[in-house]
Ligand binder design. Sequence first.
Ligand code: MN
Length: 130
Amino acid sequence: MASRILIVEDNARNLRLLRATLGGAEREILEARTAEEGLHLARQARPDLILLDIQLPGMDGCAAARALKERPETRDIPIVALTALAMQGDRERVLSSGCDSYLAKPASPGQIRRAVNGLLGSASPASAAA
Ligand code: MN
């Protein structure tokens, strides 16, 4: 079964790289450039996973993650956070906002694929197939 991934990233170059890293025959990639647009798409399209940049114009990724986890229709979608923040405590801030996994930028294609595949695998048990 194809999986649907929503990428929320404001930087056009990063977005292109992420799409190239994650795209494929069994993947549908949706894109949003702001958190607000990402929330809208997540509620409408119900992706299997969200790749979420933390530094976004307007609402940031942590606020978006909290909003996603507050809503029953988006609560169970795994979130992989991407952040350039390097300060101590940021990892905790990101994870406590509801993100399931955390990658520091720049993340390699291998790191991104491992994080995404790990969460997609664990997010599709028999309960979701019925
Ligand atoms: Mn950004």
